[in-house]
Design a protein around this ligand. Structure first.
Ligand code: 0CG
Ligand code: SF4
Length: 314
């Protein structure tokens, strides 16, 4: 039986994650440990464990950070209330919010100023939507499930706009938008796509390879929205099975029984070393042939946060 691996490209680190992880690394070098980080800098177990080993201390809220200490805000963004709390405790802050998340924050602020009702499509409890909604709590309502879309009420149906979390399923978001537009035909679209290039590119690559795959393995953590979406997209587009794993050692050998083609990809918060370890593992089980399936070439990169750049020795 010919066994092979299809390897999705693009996969793994996006520009926002690369910047956020480098922010913590450079802060550790520049100012020394400990560097406090509010929430997981990105939703990846390996990244968080590695940075913890190097002296980063991950906390849930700024009130766990000693007065006057340095705290980094995660790539998923924070609400203005969090900036205020940090200022009250005289914390030194570095904001590693991805610029593409900041863009959605600015949209929320702008449309709230114009007194729109903002329907924010996203996952309840996810840090990113908490930050975005916190920009305009009186104007934003979260729409997560189909039930939410059926229930949500607005003040003036001619003055409604939808925005979204950056890491959703492109297809499911459009389902939700269609549902909302049936109720509010005048609802406006965001000025530009809120689902980011990295999220949508990774989904496109998976869609392309899924129909040829008996099994798709997505490297990523359980709390990583964009990684979880890749498993769903694989299953919805013809993969016979798909699983999310943090590490190669989590592969259950029963998954490989009778499998000819394994698709491999990874979420936007996943270092490629974890994918390379998975490929090594698969090779040791007869899947030595690897073909890369490329659907886009990403070249985007973001400058480090301003607060950090001004202190870096060149
Ligand atoms: O996909 P989500 O928003 O849960 O975040 P993750 O950290 O996994 O990756 C992108 C970022 C930031
Ligand atoms: Fe930014 Fe998109 Fe990466 Fe999130 S997934 S950090 S929005 S580029």
């Amino acid at each position: 039986m010919p066994k092979r691996v299809l390897l999705a490209k693009p996969r793994g680190y996006c520009a926002g994650v690369d910047r956020a992880v480098e922010t913590v690394e450079r802060a550790l070098e520049q100012y020394g440990a400990p560097v406090y980080v509010r929430k997981e800098i990105v939703h990846n177990k390996y990244v968080v464990e590695t940075l913890s080993d190097r002296g980063a201390i991950f906390v849930n809220e700024t009130d766990e950070v000693p007065e006057g200490a340095l705290v980094v805000f995660s790539a998923h963004g924070v609400s203005p209330a969090v900036h205020e709390e940090a200022a009250q405790r005289s914390l030194r802050t570095i904001d590693a919010t991805c610029p593409l998340v900041t863009k959605v924050h600015k949209e929320a602020v702008r449309f709230a100023k114009e007194d729109y009702d903002i329907l924010l499509i996203g996952h309840e409890g996810h840090e990113e939507v908490e930050g975005t909604a916190g920009e305009a709590p009186d104007h934003v309502q979260l729409v997560d499930t189909a039930e939410d879309a059926a229930k949500v009420e607005v003040r003036d149906p001619s003055k409604v706009i939808w925005l979204s979390q950056t890491t959703l399923s492109v297809d499911e978001t459009m389902v939700r938008v269609r549902q909302l537009k049936e109720r509010f035909p005048e609802m406006q679209d965001p000025p530009s796509d809120d689902i980011c290039y990295a999220t949508s590119n990774r989904q496109t690559a998976v869609k392309t390879m899924a129909p040829s795959c008996d099994l798709v393995l997505v490297v990523g953590s359980k709390n990583s929205s964009n990684s979880v979406r890749l498993v769903e997209v694989a299953l919805q587009n013809g993969a016979k099975a798909a699983y999310l794993i943090d590490y190669a050692k989590e592969v259950d050998l029963a998954w490989l029984e009778g499998v000819e083609t394994v698709g491999v990809t990874s979420g936007a918060s996943v270092p490629d070393i974890l994918v390379m370890e998975l490929l090594k593992f698969l090779e040791s089980h007869g899947f030595g042939e690897v073909e890369e399936i490329t659907t886009a070439n990403e070249k985007i990169a973001f400058a480090l946060p301003r607060e950090l750049r001004k202190d870096l020795v060149r």
